[in-house]
Write a protein that binds this ligand. Structure first.
Ligand code: ATP
Ligand code: MG
Length: 249
């Protein structure tokens, strides 16, 4: 069956040198040992422990798809530090038959720089409408972290898009996170695809999504209720006092 996704999988097509730290990164080891990591749903989550390789993988997908490694649309080309890994050089993104018309790569660490870059572009003389217009009209620096993130998602994500988000929950309160879930749902209905790395047990519950858990043993699809994140959070919220007593004694 022909997929109507923009990204249908990722695979390694070149040998990673054994001396590179990437070689032994658990997520990458899994890619070395398998043919292809299929991306099967309109919403895919990468979950797993800190340092397991989620950002490395999502960033390599973004760079392979032509995004600025520091985040933004394809039109952003600023660079503040060469902080991205060379994984993209070894990775092939398998594409579907349709091409996305919109796209955004959100990297939690460099959202600030995306905001600065918009302000800088608008400070230059130009005949067109200010860039910030497509982001809600108010400088992202003049809004809180969460407000500016929602302004970006609600105004700039236009549908028929590929949206790669690295820990979008970092900026958001639980109720805004639920608003993001509604926005993702709306964009999915308008032919969009999301690949999201997250630690949020709320976000990963998005219906019909595939949760790929990255761990020491590889990358496997799991029901969100079975992820380490969900189970640990649930355990804590069910009995905070008990858990704290256990942790602190
Ligand atoms: N230039 C580098 N040299 C060596 N190791 C690196 C380099 N860059 C990243 N790493 C290591 O790669 C691993 C994967 O990092 P990555 O940022 O992808 O993790 P993550 O799963 O996104 O974690 P988090 O949940 O904390 O965001 C980390 O252990 C990190 O220390
Ligand atoms: Mg990360």
């Amino acid at each position: 069956m022909l997929s109507d996704l923009y990204v249908t999988g990722v695979k390694l097509d070149r040998e990673i040198p054994a001396e590179s730290y990437l070689y032994n990164l658990p997520a990458i080891r899994h890619l070395r040992e398998t043919d292809e990591l299929p991306i099967r749903k309109r919403v895919t989550f990468f979950v797993g422990e800190n340092g397991i390789g989620k950002s490395t993988l999502i960033e390599a997908i973004a760079v392979s798809m032509g995004f600025n490694p520091e985040g933004g649309t394809r039109n952003f080309n600023f660079s503040t530090a060469d902080s991205h890994s060379e994984l993209y050089q070894y990775l092939t993104v398998c594409k579907g038959v349709k091409r996305n018309r919109d796209g955004f790569f959100l990297r939690a660490e460099s959202f600030y720089n995306v905001a600065s870059n918009i302000d800088e572009m608008d400070a230059e003389p130009s005949l067109g409408a200010p860039v910030i217009q497509s982001y809600g009209g108010v400088s992202l620096h003049k809004q809180s972290h969460g407000e500016s993130f929602m302004a970006l998602a609600e105004n700039r994500f236009g549908g028929q898009g590929l949206y790669l988000l690295d820990e979008p929950e970092a900026a958001l309160s639980p109720s805004r996170l639920m608003r993001l879930i509604c926005l993702i749902d709306d964009l999915v209905k308008r032919d969009s695809q999301f690949i999201i790395s997250t630690h949020s047990p709320i976000l990963m519950a998005f219906p019909e999504a595939e949760v790929l858990e990255l761990s020491e043993v590889g990358i496997f699809a799991v029901p969100y209720q079975e992820t380490e994140h969900f189970r640990t959070t649930k355990q804590f919220l069910n009995a905070p006092e008990q858990m704290l007593k256990y942790l602190l004694e």
